[in-house]
Ligand binder design. Structure first.
Ligand SMILES: [Fe+2]
Ligand SMILES: [Fe+2]
Length: 283
């Protein structure tokens, strides 16, 4: 795992740099893939191998847009819930940390919105939807509770694994997309370590019954997060130019190569959850 504290996009402590001024936006408009072929949900299927290069390139954009929508969704929950925790009499360190994190998440969402606009693809209203159970948990679990920080940790860690992979190995994707991932990795390293501390504190007073309940919540959240993050909405495949008659999302969900890829990507999150004594297994 790279040391993100030495990352070129990593701000020094207390220093904030706006992602909108850091990303090389004109490069994002260059033609080319936004994800490597091996990271696409249909990779490994003969029907997809037979598709044209333009369809593959467009699908790579739609699949990365899906990743960014997941980011905007998770960040919107975080911004809404965590801003309510702010109180004038809270510890200065905690207050400063939360304000910094809220500012960074706002910057990420603005960065994602701008990147989605730059993709130059059709995105009809309502073509992306948040998963229900995770959205309900994220919205109604009391902010600061164990289940709230569990949901945040899972959301952030799952997306962090893919971002790290893209930073390290995806040399054949648009360089501005890699910049987006690098910037997110650098900020998320601090967010994830804060969420870990908060979850550990919330769990410290939990007995066996409560841990069993949280283990069930962790399994549902992990499954829902993986199914939305790694498997784009059915409409995205048709919008990318694949034949509408085929249910490509169902094909992706059955795709053995994709299942192996996703299982591998989830390993760090599963191990992290197990380190908290939660009963989550690698599939
Ligand atoms: Fe973020
Ligand atoms: Fe974050």
């Amino acid at each position: 795992m790279p040391d993100s504290s030495h990352h070129p996009f990593s701000p020094t402590r207390g220093d904030y740099r706006d992602p909108l001024t850091l990303i090389d936006w004109p490069r994002l408009e260059a033609p080319g893939a936004w994800l490597p072929q091996s990271a696409l949900s249909l990779h490994g299927l003969p029907e997809f191998a037979a598709a044209g290069d333009e369809v593959k390139r467009r699908l790579s954009r739609y699949e990365f847009i899906n990743v960014m929508y997941c980011g905007i969704w998770l960040e919107s929950i975080f911004l809404q819930r965590v801003s309510r925790l702010l109180q004038p009499d809270m510890s200065r360190t905690e207050n400063a940390h939360l304000l910094q994190e809220l500012r960074e998440e706002t910057g990420h969402s603005l960065m994602f919105l701008r990147a989605i606009d730059a993709a130059g693809v059709e995105l009809p209203q309502g073509s992306w939807r948040a998963p229900r159970a995770a959205a309900i948990l994220g919205r109604y679990a009391p902010a600061g509770s164990a289940v709230f920080w569990l949901a945040m940790l899972i959301g952030e860690n799952v997306s962090d694994s893919l971002n790290r992979d893209l930073c390290e190995s995806a040399v054949d994707v648009n360089p501005a997309v890699r910049q987006i991932c690098m910037l997110h990795v650098a900020d998320e390293a601090r967010h994830i370590s804060h969420a870990r501390v908060m979850l550990a504190a919330a769990l410290s007073s939990s007995g066996a019954a409560r841990r069993a309940l949280l283990s069930s919540a962790a399994r549902v959240l992990l499954w829902q997060m993986a199914s939305v993050f790694y498997y784009p909405p059915a409409d995205f495949y048709a919008l990318a130019g694949l034949p509408r008659e085929t249910d490509w999302r169902a094909s992706a969900l059955r795709n053995p190569a994709r299942r192996r890829f996703v299982a591998q990507q989830l390993v760090p999150t599963v191990q992290l959850l197990q380190s908290f004594g939660l009963n989550v297994r690698e599939s």
